[in-house]
Design a protein around this ligand. Structure first.
Ligand code: NAD
Ligand code: ISE
Length: 340
């Protein structure tokens, strides 16, 4: 049984605590903390866990084998570094940290530790539809991929959402997904800006982010965060010999009164419900089997931050911005493909 300590008991913290207490196997929530102590106490009570006074004490707790960081982005670095210092596996919700320099400090600390402890919460890699899409690409069924068209639509965003959040908070999921889907690095970013949606007030919304991969795949990502009608995630890949796309979702379509209707998820919790379950179960199972995580690494968190910085610079300047990454440490080298 893996005893997990959770730091941050807001929206996603509560959702992960619910799945660890009611859905997943081989795990128990041992301790929780939040800067809002009364919230932490309520959530701890519901989960049968201890409410700790702060995140550091969750990490230090001898009853805690592994840590889940679900607090606000700017606090992630301090907790991930503390978990590495304590030698405990840590699952950190995205982003790994809010600057590429901070992500590199985490990478350096893990490299000094000498083994992987960190996994970052890029859950699209665990979504059944994205996994099926990747299988089609990897099998060569549509020939070499040439382009990918994506849309990331949120019904609305909170008041603290900033102009760059469209890239650093929202499209960062596509940035990670593209690196994984094509097993390649993103080498440049551009941003195009249409007229503003009146639903977004002063926010420049929507945006079109263009990403180029090293292998020459061009990816466009429409980011619209005030569409009101629901949470809508789309992706279609054009290959040399065909196309493959994420299928429409929902179990039922209704034809009635001259119209065809299908449900649209209300938010990310509903759309990626199963992906979060698989993501955390695989994390728990990997720790039980190997004592180390196998999902998105601190290096992936760093790479996503470098590409988002290029996207933010492209938004600011209107220019094509090249992505420049540090050298990948050996700890994060992938095993060479097996000869057939
Ligand atoms: P939230 O505001 O609902 O919850 C964050 C919680 O962290 C709050 O309760 C806050 O009081 C607490 N907190 C802040 N600073 C803290 C600190 N220093 N120590 C302990 N607790 C602290 O936000 P959320 O929507 O749950 O997002 C949390 C994180 O999860 C963010 O990094 C966000 O990007 C990420 N997230 C990921 C996904 C995904 O799809 N993977 C979805 C939503 C959020
Ligand atoms: C949120 O933090 C997420 O990660 C969601 O998956 C994303 O759709 C949303 O735009 C972010 O704010």
């Amino acid at each position: 049984m893996l005893n997990v300590g959770v730091i941050g008991t807001g929206m996603i913290g509560q959702d992960h605590i619910r799945r660890m207490t009611r859905v997943l196997a081989g795990v128990r929530v041992a301790a929780v903390a939040d800067v809002d102590a009364s919230l932490a106490a309520r959530i701890a009570d519901r989960a049968g866990a201890r409410a700790a006074p702060d995140g550091e004490q969750v990490i230090a707790d001898p009853q805690v084998d592994a840590v889940l960081v679900c607090s606000w982005g700017p606090t992630h670095e301090q907790y991930v570094l503390a978990a590495i210092a304590a030698g405990k596996p840590v699952f950190c919700e995205k982003p790994l940290a809010t600057t590429q320099q901070a992500c590199l400090r985490v990478v350096d600390a893990e490299v000094r530790h000498g083994a992987r402890l960190v996994q970052v919460g890029y859950m699209r890699r665990y979504d059944a539809a994205y996994r099926a899409l990747k299988q089609v690409v990897d099998a060569g069924d549509i020939g070499a991929p040439l382009m990918m068209h994506c849309a990331h639509r949120n019904p609305r965003v909170p008041a603290f959402y900033e102009p760059q959040s469209a890239i650093t908070d929202t499209a960062v999921h596509e940035i990670d997904m593209v690196r994984w889907m094509f097993d390649d690095e993103i080498v440049a970013a551009r941003v195009l800006v249409p007229r503003r949606s009146r639903n977004g007030g002063d926010l420049q919304d929507p945006l079109l982010l263009l990403l180029e991969t090293g292998g020459g795949v061009l990816v466009d990502v429409e980011i619209s965060v005030n569409v009101r009608y629901g949470y809508d995630i789309r992706g279609e890949i054009l290959g040399e010999n065909g196309t493959a796309a994420l299928a429409e979702r929902g179990l039922v379509t209704v034809r009635r009164s001259g119209a065809l209707a299908a449900p649209v998820p209300v938010d990310w919790r509903e759309r990626f419900l199963a992906a979060y379950d698989v993501e955390l179960q695989e994390w728990i199972d990997a720790l039980a089997a190997d004592g180390a995580p196998a999902g998105p690494s601190a290096w992936d968190g760093y790479a996503a931050a470098v590409v988002s910085d290029a996207g933010v610079a492209a938004l600011r300047t209107g220019e094509r911005v090249a992505v420049r990454m540090a050298e990948r440490p050996r700890l994060y080298h992938r095993p060479a493909p097996q000869a057939r």
